[in-house]
Write a protein that binds this ligand. Sequence first.
Ligand code: ATP
Length: 306
Amino acid sequence: MTAPATRAVTVRVPAKVNVQLAVGAARPDGFHDLANVFLAVSLFDEVTATPAEALTVSCAGPDADQVPLDRSNLAARAAELLAARHGIEPAVHLHIAKNIPVAGGMAGGSADGAAALLACDTLWGLDSPREELLDICAELGSDVPFSFVGGAALGTGRGELLVPVEAGTFHWVFAVADGGLSTPAVFREFDRLAEAEGRAVPEPVASPVLLAALASGDAGALGASLTNDLQAAAVSLRPSLAATLDAGLGGGAVAALVSGSGPTTAFLVADEVAAAKVVAALEGAGVCRATRVAVGPVPGAVVLSA
Ligand code: ATP
């Protein structure tokens, strides 16, 4: 154990986009097996942990009013789980500087859980082995381990069994929608559509073509192989997303897809110049609340200052 930090510890953590999201049929426990290819992108939240009398959470940023500040916040749950493992009190204040869209399909809550875990581990001087922190991440939620490790990875199971994969650098534009979509509601819509269409849902498998395209850094190749099995369900629940996807493609995006369970939409672009054109097209068409430009892959949770 190292000496506990007495000052604030700030951890920066990225959002993710799924370049492949393959969804299997609903399991008896209600979960779905997934084959998920995650890419961490340069849209970041920052979580700052400071010593306090008791566990408290605050949040600032454009969507801050939609973030729960009680113990249901994944950052708070991370602090509680870590403290419980070590038999200590979670006496910490967690401040979230929120830039990742809330309920946007970019794993913002998961990102804050991963960031809070690393921030508290550092603040409390626990020096937990990485495997132990990853165990807690998996307990917090299926996307949390990826938020912790970042980069590019293939996730199987519920998404939490991770293997790093190679990735070149890609440029993205994200269109932030008004309001969120509930991830469980999108999965329910996926099940409903499959049943209504009498479609057998195949086993989810990672696409070798997509993995090769990701490794190559060739935006055209990746654009041709992006897939999201939740896209039809997200568009079914939020039909206006179709116009957003069209507007970005009309602006010259190489490819467009719904990010995870949506409603954020993701546009793969050739470079920064193309990104500016897609931003202009999306904003000109008035089909989103805000746009963000990002690159990926980027590292996972990192301590900025302690
Ligand atoms: P995913 O892509 O992992 O499915 P998401 O990006 O769609 O998730 P989140 O931003 O993680 O969605 O938020 C989903 C819900 O989680 C929110 O509506 C909110 O009630 C809850 N939540 C808990 N902790 C947080 C947090 N730190 N930040 C945002 N939302 C949180």
